[in-house]
Design a protein around this ligand. Structure first.
Ligand SMILES: NC(=O)c1ccc[n+]([C@@H]2O[C@H](COP(=O)([O-])OP(=O)(O)OC[C@H]3O[C@@H](n4cnc5c(N)ncnc54)[C@H](OP(=O)(O)O)[C@@H]3O)[C@@H](O)[C@H]2O)c1
Length: 271
């Protein structure tokens, strides 16, 4: 595995396992629990030691599945990220949310705790008062944000006693929003790794340039899409798959070595 350095000097694996839709989407789905737990366990065995989940996934059920899979591995070998939902950002609600997440995950700390989406109706002071306490008592090793603009990040950085560890945003070959709105540049300037979500979905694998490079290299389009992200300084990504072959393909993107010319062609893809 390769790593990016976090602002506190720790490190985060550049490739993590996304889990949205495992155990349901907007509601819980218990119908494939054994299969989902087995997939997460096999992913960890393959080398996906960084897992990205959220209390909102499957209305909390996803965290239960991740927790079941984690039992088979030493806790210290894993990097677990979860997220507090935007409706739970009042002080007391943050405490209730983390306690629920830790219980479902079967652990007494998470490596990274993210505000899943900003919520303009709840003052960030309120949220960070709680998050600073969680970081101080060790239930949360690091605090980060998700779907934040530059201005929202600046406010968060003023309120958070520890450095903001990441901003998790949608970023892929066909969606360059973090380049256009300044978030990527801001993260780089502040030594904050940007976590790119949805690296694959949304037509990326069908792009003719991606397909051509994959064909020439004898690799898969998903590997090209993932490699394009993680070869960028300060960018990590968290593809989701429930398919063992796809999981293996995706992690093997770490072994790819595209030329500068190939990267330039990918950079030039128009969304
Ligand atoms: N913070 C946020 O607001 C936010 C928002 C969205 C996502 N996320 C996080 O980011 C993770 C990734 O994003 P995502 O799940 O939206 O999208 P994604 O990882 O870009 O795409 C997932 C889809 O791609 C397919 N796939 C994966 N690998 C493949 C491969 N090698 N070949 C062909 N198809 C492949 C999967 O199907 P198979 O299962 O069949 O492989 C699945 O349908 C999420 O799971 C979640 O953890 C965070």
């Amino acid at each position: 595995m390769q790593y990016e350095t976090l602002p506190d000097g720790g490190r985060i694996p550049v490739l993590g396992l996304g889990t949205w839709q495992m155990g349901g989407g907007g509601s819980a789905d218990y119908s494939r629990d054994d299969e989902m737990v087995s997939i997460i366990e096999q992913a960890i065995e393959m080398g996906y030691t960084h897992i990205d989940t959220a209390e909102g996934y499957g209305k909390t059920h996803c965290e239960e599945l991740v927790g079941s899979a984690m039992k088979a591995f030493p806790r210290g070998d894993l990097f677990i990220t979860t997220k507090v939902s935007p409706d739970h950002l009042y002080y007391d609600d943050v405490h209730t949310a983390i306690n629920g997440s830790l219980k479902r995950l079967g652990t007494d700390y998470v490596d990274l705790y993210l505000i899943h989406w900003p919520n303009d109706r709840i003052p960030q002071e309120e949220t960070f008062r709680a998050l600073n306490e969680l970081a101080a008592d060790g239930r949360v090793r690091r605090v980060g944000v998700s779907n934040y603009s530059v201005a929202q990040m600046q406010e968060a950085m003023e309120l958070c006693k520890a450095p903001i560890a990441t901003n998790q945003v949608r970023y892929n070959l066909l969606d360059r929003t973090p380049m256009q709105n300044g978030v990527l540049e801001f993260c780089r300037r502040n030594g904050i790794p940007l976590t790119a979500y949805t690296p694959i979905k949304g037509g990326v694998l069908d792009d003719p340039t991606v397909q051509k490079i994959a064909q020439n290299r004898g690799c898969t389009p998903s590997q090209v899409a993932i490699y394009w992200l993680i070869q960028q300084p300060g960018v990590i990504t968290i593809p989701m798959s429930q398919n063992l072959k796809h999981l293996r393909d995706n992690i093997n993107a770490l072994k790819l070595d595209l030329s500068d010319e190939e990267i330039r062609r990918l950079d030039a893809i128009q969304s």
